[in-house]
Each structure stands twice: as C-alpha cells, then as structure tokens.
Design a protein around this ligand. Structure first.
Ligand code: NAD
Length: 270
C-alpha cells in the first residue's frame, strides 16, 4: 500500500515535541521525507532517530532553527529542496505560551513581542519561503507530484473563543494566524497552494500541561470540555495529515477545528 504522503517532502516546525513530534512520526509512516525543525536540536534529533528506527524507507533530517528568524526558516526550506528536490508540505506548528503572558494590564511588552515573533512572524516566514519553493516544484503526474503544495498553520481554539483565564499575547497571535492564513489562501489559490489553519483544543502536551500544573487549574478547563478530557497530540497529527495529503485537495482557507466539540458547546453533558 503506498502511503498517503508517498513521494512528498515536508518541513515541520516544532518537530521535537507534542503535535510536531506526533506529526513527524505519522508523516514518515505515510512516506514523506522530512526536515524536522526545532529550536531544541536534541529533541529534533531524537525524533529523527525514532523515525529512522521505525520507518527506514524515509529520510528525516533534524535542523536547528528559531522560526522567528527569517534566515533560519529560509535555510530549513532550502535544505528540503536541496535534499528532496521539492517542498510539498509546510507545517508551521512551532509556538510558545509564555508563563508571564497575562491580561492587558499585566503583560509586559517584551512578552508580547516574543510571543508575536515566534507564533505569528514565525508562521509568516514559513509561509513566505514555502510559497517561493512550492512555485518551483517539478511535476511528475505519474507520482501525483505537482507545482504547489499544502501549508498548515497551527492556531488555537482561543483564536475563536474568549477565555477568562487570559494569555493576551498568545490569543492575539493565534487570531492573527487565522486571519493571515485565510488571506494567503485566497492570494495563492490559483497557484495550487492550499493554506489552512489547524485549531487545536486544549491538549495533553508539555505546552499546556506545564502551565496547568495543579488539579484545580485542570478542572477549571475540563468542566467546559464536551468529551470530558484533554486532546492528544496524535489526534492533531491525524488532522494535519489529512490537510497535508491530497485527500483535502478542495480545502483551503479553513479554520480546521480539532477541539473535541469545545467551540460548539453551550452547556456540556454531566
Ligand atoms: P510543545 O511545547 O509540546 O511543542 C512545541 C515545540 O516547538 C517544542 O519542541 C519547542 O522546542 C518548539 N519551539 C518553540 N519555540 C520555537 C522556535 N522559536 N523555533 C522553533 N521551534 C520552537 O507544544 P504543542 O502543544 O505541541 O504545540 C504545538 C502548537 O500547537 C503550538 O503552536 C501551540 O500554540 C499550538 N496549540 C497547542 C495547544 C495545546 O493545548 N497544547 C492548544 C492549541 C494550540
């Protein structure tokens, strides 16, 4: 059985942990060659070793880059093109939730700027350099390889719902990811480049669990979750795989919610 991403090449940011790690494993299982970008190189290297053990038919190259730096993102994409001859999938997934991010009164400007630089500007750099590369993709219809590609930008459910436990810079950065992705999807639709946002609900990954470090904080959220549980990173990886593959070929500009029903809830079952 050919994999769902057979012959494709992908760059995944934040590949060393959480959604990025699970997506790296799943994309490799489905046949994609990968550049595993993370600011934490040892974690990207661990992801690459796992892939080479489990899926020896694909290539996964760890690459240290801070997504807020344009030259580093550009270098990661250039490496994909050099190694694999093309870029089909760009998963702009790296993001931070800073512990000092708070409400409008308490959030310091440096926290705002850092969050925007990584969560929003980092996604812009990824889109910019992926679009430039995808325009040049060589075609091979027998393998389903075309000009263009799929860009997936990780936003969040907080981009579409208000939370009374504020993280202002994070929320604003994710709202901007949704708006930017929609507009880019329209601008590049006729080039065969699809852009979609992924909107995870609250997940059991280090990003959120480091922050929800007491039972009280966890319960404050769990009561609002229709399924009564946090999501798993692999549940987001499955959604990212769909958006990355040709199965989603008529989907662009969408806010793809994978939130266990959270954003549809008024009251939840007991
Ligand atoms: P995670 O903390 O488990 O993983 C994030 C990865 O990004 C880490 O490996 C980290 O080293 C890397 N990273 C951080 N800053 C970087 C930078 N400047 N350059 C390159 N890499 C960097 O987090 P996760 O839960 O897997 O989150 C992934 C994405 O999902 C983020 O954009 C996050 O905002 C979003 N998200 C998460 C949740 C949740 O509940 N976990 C909910 C909604 C949205």
């Amino acid at each position: 059985m050919p994999g769902r991403l057979q012959h494709k090449s992908a760059v995944i940011t934040g590949a060393g942990s959480g959604i990025g790690l699970e997506s790296s494993l799943l994309f490799a299982q489905e046949g994609a060659n990968l550049i595993l970008v993370d600011v934490n190189l040892p974690n990207a290297e661990k992801a690459a070793s796992l892939i080479s053990e489990r899926f020896p038919n694909v290539k996964a190259i760890p690459f240290k880059a801070d997504v807020s730096k344009e030259s580093e993102v550009e270098a990661a994409i250039a490496l994909a093109v050099k190694e694999f001859g093309r870029l089909d999938i760009m998963f702009n997934n790296a993001g931070i939730m800073h512990p000092e991010d708070d409400n409008a009164l308490n959030t310091e400007e440096r926290i705002w700027d850092l969050t925007m630089d990584i969560n929003l500007k980092g996604v812009w750099w990824g889109c910019k350099h992926a679009i430039l590369a995808m325009r040049k993709n060589p075609t091979d219809e027998s393998k389903g390889l075309r000009v263009g590609g799929s860009i997936i930008n990780t936003a969040s459910f907080v981009a579409i719902m208000g939370a009374a436990t504020p993280q202002l810079a994070y929320t604003a950065s994710k709202g901007a990811v949704l708006a930017m992705t929609r507009e880019l999807a329209m601008v590049h639709a006729r080039e065969g480049i699809r852009l979609n946002s992924l909107c995870p609900g609250p997940l059991k990954t280090p990003l959120l669990m480091d922050f929800l470090n007491t039972d009280e904080k966890k319960q404050r959220r769990l009561v609002h979750l229709p399924m009564g549980r946090f999501g798993e990173a692999v549940e987001l990886a499955n959604a990212a795989l769909f958006l990355a593959s040709d199965e989603s070929s008529y989907i662009t500009g969408t806010d793809f919610k994978v939130d266990g029903g959270l954003s549809s809830a008024y009251v939840t079952a007991l």
